[in-house]
Design a protein around this ligand. Sequence first.
Ligand SMILES: [Zn+2]
Length: 140
Amino acid sequence: MKLTKNFSLNELVHPKFLVIHGEQCADFLHYRLAYTLQKIRDQFGRITVNGKMGEKVFTNSGLRLPHSRIGAKNSRHKQGVVADCKFYDATPIKVQKYLLEHQDDFPYIVRMEDAKITKTWLHVEVGKRPLGQKIKVFKP
Ligand SMILES: [Zn+2]
């Protein structure tokens, strides 16, 4: 199921969600997640969240299973508001810098992990960012 021009449901949820819930698991994703990823993609080109990239296959970069032991216990990845973005034509640090400099163009991003630490991906978290509040950058 296509969510935006370039993003499909299977790229944003763990594959088991599709097995269990079919396409209804689209309802587990924040409605601004795919929209925000598409805006980033329009600016920086192709992005992989879940799926194959080179030799690697990612399954936990979007919505994770409730009992997943990957990452933090109460990770926002389990709430359908996060995507770990891997880029082909840009570095996560460069993308993060751009997003922080153009925050008004990305009003639904609330937090990002510091790309200087994650290095190969950019953890983008969406939600309700109160008016006037800046995007938070935190250490993973
Ligand atoms: Zn993450």
